[in-house]
Ligand binder design. Structure first.
Ligand code: SF4
Length: 360
């Protein structure tokens, strides 16, 4: 098999694509990066893995997974061909763990170094960090990457021990994330993110939101990605039902409220029902309904942070309302013409003390 074929298959597998006929370009996906949404090639250095995580397509005991490895030189060269053609603007490099995690991680870092040094590549690199890797290699990764990630996978140590034996949130991941957050203070524009699987066990959203809140505050993790569990044939969890994508979506909305709107876990606790987010209403609306004593908010006087807590008002809308009210007092819905979600906003707000929702 030549290097091009390998790269195609490693990208396809990284995207969990089972369609053998897919070419490399079909494996490019749009990703949110610190530089905005970019077409990214997600690719694995190797699909070999010594670990046996219950949910994973690359677990050691899964016979169906093709086992491949591509050298740092070949991967960098193949990626640069795609990059020069203008089809991708970045790379997300991951891998199964083969041999010692340190050995695997060195291969990923070598690939990134070849891109930076030999090909003078200056665009986006996201490196996944292997659990168990040394702090020294973590720092090497940060030097060459724009973004690094450690996948925390689940909400509690004992859960991780059951589903991914040998990994540890408390002994490995959290200390490493703390170290990364300290290092990142010296690297402007670089960030760390993490990922959690949802629905691997019977974990509640409450547990997940607590972790998101903690990671955000303590380590300034710039984003928590969620992945709704889907069963993979040939793994011990192949018969477990897939998790609803709607649950994943609601958790993304909560992450956004914590990260961008200043909410914390205690404020969100009242919207949980039996420890889970309601699926039929977005969390910000659910929070407003649970805190009706705070509403309606007067749009002429509320500060920015109060405005963005009004359902229907995002950051841009809050700025626009402040801009308009500086020009003149907002006295009727006419003064908010062109503002999105107006009916929803007026359900939770007043203009000069008057409640207008019925008039819109
Ligand atoms: S270490 Fe990573 S690649 Fe290996 S089995 Fe676990 S989740 Fe999969």
């Amino acid at each position: 098999m030549d290097d091009k074929q390998k790269l195609r298959i490693l990208s396809r597998l990284a995207a969990f694509e089972r369609d053998e006929s897919l070419d490399l370009e079909s494996c490019i996906y749009m990703a949110s990066t610190p530089k905005g949404r970019l077409p990214i090639l997600k690719v694995m250095q190797s699909t070999m893995c010594d670990k046996n995580c219950l949910y994973c397509a690359f677990r050691r005991d899964r016979e169906e997974t093709p086992r491949l490895y591509i050298s740092p030189e070949a991967l960098a060269k193949g990626f640069m061909e795609l990059y020069k053609s203008g089809k991708v603007k970045g790379i997300f490099l991951s891998s199964g763990i083969f041999g010692h995690p340190e050995f695997t991680m060195e291969k990923l870092v070598d690939t990134a170094k070849i891109l930076r040094e030999k090909y003078k590549y200056r665009d986006y690199i996201h490196l996944k960090l292997m659990p168990g890797v040394s702090l020294q290699t973590v720092e090497e990764a940060i030097k060459v990457a724009n973004r690094v990630s450690i996948n925390i996978e689940t909400s509690k140590e004992e859960r991780l021990q059951r589903i991914a034996k040998g990994k540890s949130i408390l002994r490995d991941m959290l200390p490493k994330m703390e170290h990364i957050s300290r290092l990142l203070e010296n690297y402007r524009g670089k960030s760390q993110i993490t990922q959690m699987m949802v629905g691997l066990e019977d974990e509640k959203d409450e547990e997940i939101i607590k972790v998101v809140d903690f990671l955000n505050r303590r380590f300034k993790v710039s984003r928590v990605y969620f992945s709704a569990f889907f069963p993979i044939k040939g793994t011990p969890l192949e018969n477990r039902p897939a998790e609803s994508p709607k649950r994943e979506h609601r958790l993304y909305q909560v992450d956004f409220l914590i990260r961008e709107y200043g909410f914390d876990f205690e404020e969100l606790r009242p919207i949980l029902k039996d420890g889970n987010l309601p699926l039929d209403v977005d969390p910000k609306t659910a929070w407003a309904e649970a805190n009706f004593h705070i509403f309606p908010v007067e749009l002429n006087t509320a500060d920015y942070w109060t405005l963005i807590r009004v359902p229907g008002i995002g950051k841009e809308t809050a700025k626009e309302i402040i801009r308009r009210r500086k020009e003149k007092k907002l006295t009727s819905p006419e003064d908010l013409k062109g503002i999105k979600n107006l009916r929803k906003i007026l359900r939770y707000s007043t203009l000069q003390g008057r409640y207008y929702v019925k008039d819109v």
